[in-house]
Design a protein around this ligand. Structure first.
Ligand SMILES: [Zn+2]
Length: 361
């Protein structure tokens, strides 16, 4: 049996430690085995998490398996070894059989209201179909369902909620019966009260969070994945819509201007915040390190931001999070302490996935 050994400061504990990897797992120090030291020094972090990623999508919809593979490799080489896929129109199940590609926790396909989302992305349905579609995607996914909670309503000329409260209540209750959590894309303010009242588990983007919602979210552990890099596109969306939909345009601009303050208030109130890039639609893949760095703009310390893109996010998603014996050997090594200097996250020194060293610089 070959055992790989790494020596370094292991996070989150922060202690100098030897880590032994064998058969895909972290193992106890072996007594009789060939031990190969693969790295010595630096900081060893449980594999990064991109909690909002779309493998299998580009701006036009589903992509073929070659492109899916490229997307997954780019995410992996950025250190994202666990991905929560927040909706994909493509079937990416084949990736589960590939030892060298990130682990994916899927939310099935986006569930959107008819004509109220990006074309070719989601199921586009009416409220009376919501429970049935949630049921279907809960069965297809890996414990999550993704709703589009608000989107531009061209008749109203603004963002409006996509679903009535009773449909949300029934659909989210059904998902929970099937042991699936539900998350929703929400840019604005108005869709949030009904989603929260219906028991939603997570909000994507969260640019419309109001102070009176935060205590309830913190109490119920309703998380936010802000996708801060993606929010930088809001001014462009506002610009593009200015002539035809001036109210929407002004609303997007206002959401953009308030975003850091609102997300900062949410984190300060105890709402769990996790790192997600929204790669795959407009944005490219492989940006998890930059997203973790961006989280420091909403009042998170370097350590809190890293936790939000590593061990805390793993625990939230139900994955082993601390590189203890028996845990999967999914880790990233950096030359400097990424808690003190998050910029080092863009320069992984070594990446091991399922115990295999896949990248070494
Ligand atoms: Zn997304």
């Amino acid at each position: 049996m070959t055992v790989l050994k790494l020596l370094g400061t292991v996070l989150p504990a922060g202690e100098q430690q030897e880590l032994h990897l064998s058969s895909g797992l972290v193992v106890d120090r072996p007594t009789a085995a060939d031990v190969t030291t693969v790295h010595s020094g630096g900081w060893i972090v449980p594999g990064l998490v991109d909690a909002h990623c779309h493998i299998g999508l580009d701006q036009h919809g589903a992509v073929d398996t070659d492109v899916q593979e490229q997307q997954a490799i780019v995410d992996r080489d950025a250190g994202a070894l666990l991905v929560r896929d927040a909706g994909s129109a493509a079937d990416t199940r084949w990736i589960d059989d590939r030892e060298d590609l990130p682990k994916i926790i899927r939310a099935g396909r986006h569930i959107a209201r008819s004509k109220r989302y990006i074309r070719h992305y989601g199921w586009e349905i009416e409220p009376e179909e919501l429970v049935a579609y949630v049921e279907q995607e809960a069965r297809r996914g890996d414990g999550w369902v993704k709703l589009v909670g608000d989107w531009i309503d061209r008749e109203a000329g603004d963002l409006t909620p996509c679903w009535p409260a009773d449909a949300l209540t029934a659909a989210i209750a059904r998902a929970h019966e099937l042991n699936a959590r539900v998350t929703a894309h929400v840019f604005g303010e108005h869709a949030l009260p009904d989603l929260l009242a219906a028991g939603i588990d997570c909000i994507e983007h969260g640019t419309g969070l109001e102070p009176d919602m935060l205590a309830q979210m913190a109490d119920h552990g309703v998380a936010v994945v802000p996708t801060l890099i993606q929010l930088e596109n809001f001014p462009e969306y506002a610009e593009q819509a200015a002539a035809k939909f001036p109210v929407y345009s002004a609303h997007m601009r206002d959401l953009y201007e308030r975003r850091l303050r609102r997300l900062r208030d949410a984190f300060a109130a105890g709402v769990p915040v996790y790192a997600g890039t929204d790669a795959g639609g407009v944005l490219g893949h492989g940006l998890v390190a930059q997203e973790i760095q961006a989280l420091t703009e909403i009042g998170m310390s370097g350590e809190q931001a890293l936790a939000a893109g590593s061990w805390a996010a793993r625990a939230w998603l139900g994955a082993p999070s601390e590189l203890r014996p028996g845990d999967p050997a999914d880790l990233v090594v950096y030359d400097e302490d990424p808690r003190a200097n998050p910029a080092v996250l863009t320069h992984p020194r070594l990446i091991a996935l399922r115990g295999q060293v896949l990248l070494r610089r």
